[in-house]
Design a protein around this ligand. Sequence first.
Ligand SMILES: NC(=O)c1ccc[n+]([C@@H]2O[C@H](COP(=O)([O-])OP(=O)(O)OC[C@H]3O[C@@H](n4cnc5c(N)ncnc54)[C@H](O)[C@@H]3O)[C@@H](O)[C@H]2O)c1
Length: 382
Amino acid sequence: MSRVGAWFIGARGSVATTATVGALAMQARLVGRTGMVTDHPDLAEAGLVDLDDVVVGGHDIACTPLPKRAEMLADAGVVPTSVVAALRDELAEVDARIRPGLQPGEEAPDIDRLVQDLRDFRDRYRLERVVVVNVSSTEPPAQEHAAHADVRDLEAALAAGEPVLPASSLYSVAALRAGCAFVDFTPSTGLRLPALRQLADRLGLPWAGSDGKTGETLVKSVLAPMFAARNLRVRSWSGTNLLGGGDGATLADPAAAQSKSISKGGGLPALLGYDVDSPLHIDYVPDLGDWKTAWDHVSFEGFLGTRMNLQFTWQGCDSALAAPLVIDLVRLLALALARGSSGSQPQLGFFFKDPVDTSEHALHEQWRALVAWVRDVEVTGS
Ligand SMILES: NC(=O)c1ccc[n+]([C@@H]2O[C@H](COP(=O)([O-])OP(=O)(O)OC[C@H]3O[C@@H](n4cnc5c(N)ncnc54)[C@H](O)[C@@H]3O)[C@@H](O)[C@H]2O)c1
């Protein structure tokens, strides 16, 4: 497969910067590839794009240059200082490819300009395919009217410059118009509106989402099937999340936190087969920086009604968990583009908290579906 563009919306954020440092460091053979799902032996022979052939660009509204953002992440212990020092020039080159994004609430947003940015990127670096990945700040849930608009109403409103869609959706429209695949690594609306789905189908382009599964929800999607398979009744599953960093600051806004709670909360009833009381808290603790702590308390009932509980504490470095998945998704969506796959890609649910067009949340089943798709095999019995 020839050269592929990875275009990050939110290119100067923690996740995108860590993914960029990681991709450049792997290209320069400065680091190993731990955490890269697409390097797993079950996936490695599928003809995925070589990382050496991936070129990074993006949009952002922040101005802090990428080398500076990378230094900040190194100071925080997220990425190795020596690697950032060795990649100064390469990071500056990527920074020069980052174009101004859409300001939140911008009146008459110029989608044509975003489309042109993507086309210029493709032409300039002679890219066969481009995958746009949204890793920008989480938005509040979409307005009702956007959810019900049909594709013609929407196109007319967009042509008139009316602010009908959230930024994540405008970026997804730009990606489609420029012939790119789209991935939503955030819980924002993105492409998940009937009119935009129709647009993706009409243009024959693949997309995937939503909201990267990197921590508490990842562990849940392994443990909940255990309770179900052993016929142990979960009585309540409470989760407390403490996080710092830019994501934590964004989620301190109750409207943005609502999007995250919706995407985190959906899997449990599907995994267990019944509704369960599952209160979820997200608290912003600036001191934690890029580290996140999740404490889950699972109360369950066994034989003869005996009450027991399981508790786990997950302490993860958010961006280090997310970044390799972002690069994996670029490689996988490039494969979907190469195969001519169109519309939502539920077989990539393995990567997401709120996977599109599938009710399968159990990690091992999602893995089976992913491997089968990559190897181009029909999955049976799932
Ligand atoms: N880190 C994880 O484990 C993880 C897991 C799942 C989802 N996510 C999601 O990934 C996203 C990024 O997380 P992060 O920690 O990098 O956050 P961050 O705050 O560090 O970065 C967000 C970036 O988006 C930019 N941005 C905001 N609005 C924009 C706009 N309209 N156009 C272009 N850029 C814009 C900001 O300037 C910033 O650079 C969040 O939505 C988060 O919920 C992260």
